[in-house]
Design a protein around this ligand. Structure first.
Ligand SMILES: Nc1ncnc2c1ncn2[C@@H]1O[C@H](COP(=O)(O)OP(=O)(O)OP(=O)(O)O)[C@@H](O)[C@H]1O
Ligand SMILES: [Mg+2]
Length: 468
């Protein structure tokens, strides 16, 4: 069996290098990190066989590293290095799932003994057992989807729900970030306590601060009553900060302090109030890029990004489209009270190949509209009304109200033709794009005979090099 890499985390170079030498002397492969933040970044990218971390480090301490390991890769054993006499923390570490601890100063032999012990007791992840646990369902909580990308998300949610580590959920609009936040809460020991969601994009800076931290009566004009901050309202439960990238830099500083101290001071107040919350944040922006550009505090990004959960866009997990369609059809036929058997084959093939810039929300809206509009018991092309609503030529058509039945019929045909054309054009261009503008491969992938594909291109005025 391949000997897996050991990650050593210590802010003191002497100890870090010392441990590395001892382990490498025993032919272990070693990687080192000088801070908890670094370690978490490594754990997000690579697999390790064991983590050895110092307890006392500035920024993020060893217990926090341990908790992050337990949420990210629960099967990796962790050994804590504790200072002389810090037996209480060692006990706390063991309670949090540490495999072992070693007190400073320690001999090389003792360290190696503990390492071998931890590695021999660590169980290889039981793939079959993990798989059974989730793929019994087509989904998880409110999530529908059985693709391997979503299974990863479900696992991460389950693991992080058991911990108190801060979570950062990222993903394009409509990928289910809010669903994920709720699922974390529902799976956690905090589920009987409040789940409080705050949309950070909808509140002005000062309002957001008084919403989050609360204020004391009379602390500013308009503060006619004392207000309890949402951090306190969520006490014992989960606080979900949605669209966290919209928080101003000055509120970010307060948020960072709150997360470090686990206390809030209401505006105009003097007494800090302890808080006990599981913080889950979400954004569709790239906070790392924002941190590089100086619009988001890097230290806050690290604090939030302890456990990242990335929701994949729907176009990257096309396997899930058919069950999502079935799910939404069932939902909306029941809601609207229509009997619909299914989707016509050409509609299904469109839905399976579409790129969904609005992700699951867009698919959900499309099916709802189709169920409302459907005249028969099968969803047909015209029920989807697939024209681009931003397209001026079709909207200007709608601006004109038909005056008689003949005109209505004529306009309907026009709109439909136009919608059809933009649908086909999107479909053909997309297929070509995916296949590097190779016509033969694009035709093959979409299941259309090459001459037919070519005549579609001709009709739509698309040339093989992509010029219109
Ligand atoms: N995997 C899924 N299964 C079923 N429904 C889903 C799934 N993902 C998202 N949805 C549905 O899609 C809609 C959008 O989901 P949600 O609000 O969680 O997205 P979001 O990522 O927070 O989007 P935004 O960035 O726009 O706020 C909701 O109605 C949700 O129920
Ligand atoms: Mg959202």
């Amino acid at each position: 069996m391949k000997r897996s890499v050991i990650l050593v985390v210590d802010d003191e170079a002497v100890i870090r290098d010392g441990i590395q030498r001892v382990l490498e002397g025993d032919r272990f492969e070693v990687e080192t990190c000088m801070s908890g933040h670094n370690a978490i970044e490594c754990l997000q990218k690579n697999d390790y066989g064991l983590v050895i971390t110092d307890l006392k480090m500035p920024g993020m301490n060893g217990i926090e590293v341990l908790k992050a390991v337990k949420a990210l890769q629960p099967d990796i054993p962790v050994i804590l290095i504790t200072g002389y006499g810090s037996i209480d923390t060692a006990v706390e570490a063991m309670k949090n799932g540490a495999a072992d601890y070693v007190s400073k100063p320690f001999s090389p032999d003792l360290l190696l003994e503990k390492v071998h012990n931890a590695l021999s007791h660590s169980m290889p992840p039981d793939e079959t057992c993990l798989k059974k646990e989730v793929s019994l369902h087509h989904g998880f909580h409110q999530f529908i989807g059985e693709s391997k990308e979503m299974q990863k998300v479900y696992h991460r949610i389950t693991h992080v729900a058991a911990t108190n580590s801060t979570v950062l959920i990222t993903g394009e609009s409509g990928t289910g970030k809010e669903l994920a936040a709720r699922a974390i809460h529902e799976n956690s020991p905090r589920k009987e306590k409040p789940f409080v969601a705050v949309d950070c994009s909808s509140l002005a800076e000062t309002l957001l601060e008084s919403e989050l931290f609360g204020h004391v009566k009379g602390s500013f004009t308009g503060a006619v009553q004392t207000k309890t901050g949402l951090f306190k309202v969520a006490d014992g439960g989960t606080l979900f900060l949605d669209e966290v990238s919209n928080i101003s830099l000055s509120t970010q500083a307060k948020l960072l302090r709150t997360l470090q101290e686990r206390k809030i001071t209401p505006i105009g107040g003097t007494q800090p109030i302890p808080i006990d919350i599981h913080l889950v944040a979400a954004t569709n922006k790239n906070l790392r890029t924002m941190a590089n550009e100086g619009t988001f505090r890097e230290d806050l990004f690290f604090r939030l990004n302890i456990i990242p959960i990335e929701l994949p866009p729907l176009r990257d997990r096309k396997h899930d489209i058919p069950i999502l369609i079935r799910h939404f059809l069932k939902k909306f036929t029941a809601q609207i009270g229509k009997e619909i058997r299914g989707v016509a084959p050409d509609v299904l093939s469109f839905l399976n190949n579409y790129s969904y810039p609005g992700n699951v929300r867009e698919l959900e809206n499309m099916i709802e509209r189709a169920v409302v509009l459907a005249e028969g018991d099968v969803i047909r092309n015209e029920d989807l009304e697939l024209w681009d609503s931003k397209d001026t030529s079709s909207t200007s058509m709608i601006d004109h109200i038909p005056l008689n039945a003949e005109e209505l019929k004529e306009m309907k045909r026009h709109i439909r033709d136009h919608a059809m054309e933009s649908l086909e054009s999107g479909f053909v261009r997309n297929a070509l794009e995916r296949n590097n503008w190779n016509v033969t491969r694009a035709a093959e992938e979409t299941g259309i005979l090459r001459p037919n594909f070519q005549s579609m291109m001709k009709k739509l005025g698309i040339s093989a090099r992509g010029e219109h």
